[in-house]
Design a protein around this ligand. Structure first.
Ligand SMILES: [Fe+2]
Ligand SMILES: [Fe+2]
Length: 196
């Protein structure tokens, strides 16, 4: 497959990812307990809408349509965000989970834009590079702002009193079971490493 086709595929993935975030970010903004975090998610939602528009312009330059590929990676990350929103925690400790989920989305997007910008550079598509770089810069700034806001929230959470163990939900039990399977599947590979 020629590089241009790979680029179009990757960009369709990004377009799907950004659209999924337009739907998910309001939930994070609504769920966040802290005002600063709420404000960051709301501001990034507006940026994300602009990113969708920029991607549409990219597809116009490429003479292709933006739909055609669903981003499974972002679906999974959004699902993890939902888990964080369902956590039975209060205040800063609750927000810590949202920060982890939000940073994952930003870094996933950063990787996507870095890869597509490199491809567009190889193909010498300056207009595409410029538009994607604007999106990349917004994602990097968003990640930096979330990281900066996280500091005081983590400190506050570390000072909260410890709570007793709560019973696990069905979803949490399933997740714990799957994590043991992950460990089991990795065991032969890890054993090889130890003996080599
Ligand atoms: Fe984005
Ligand atoms: Fe983002």
């Amino acid at each position: 497959m020629p590089l241009k086709d790979v680029l179009v595929d990757e960009l369709r993935d990004m377009y799907s990812a950004e659209n999924q975030l337009v739907k998910a970010l309001p939930k994070l903004a609504k769920g966040a307990k802290g005002a600063k975090l709420k404000e960051l998610f709301t501001a990034h939602l507006e940026e994300t809408k602009g990113q969708v528009e920029r991607l549409k312009q990219v597809f116009e330059h490429l003479g292709e349509k933006p739909t055609g590929q669903h981003c499974n990676g972002m679906e999974g990350i959004v699902e993890e965000g939902k888990d964080a929103l369902e956590k039975d925690e209060e205040g800063a400790s609750f927000d810590c989970g949202l920060i982890g989920a939000a940073l994952r989305t930003e870094h996933y997007e950063i990787a996507g834009y870095q890869a597509t910008i490199s491809m567009a550079k190889t193909l010498g598509m300056q207009d595409v590079i410029d538009l994607l770089t604007e999106n990349l810069n917004e994602e990097m700034a968003a990640a930096a702002k979330i990281t900066a806001a996280a500091g005081p929230i983590f400190t506050q959470s570390s000072e909260e009193p410890e709570k007793g163990q709560k019973p696990k939900s069905g979803k949490e039990k399933y997740s714990a079971q799957k994590s043991r399977e992950d460990e089991k599947k990795a065991a032969p590979g890890l054993k090889k490493r130890a003996s080599s």
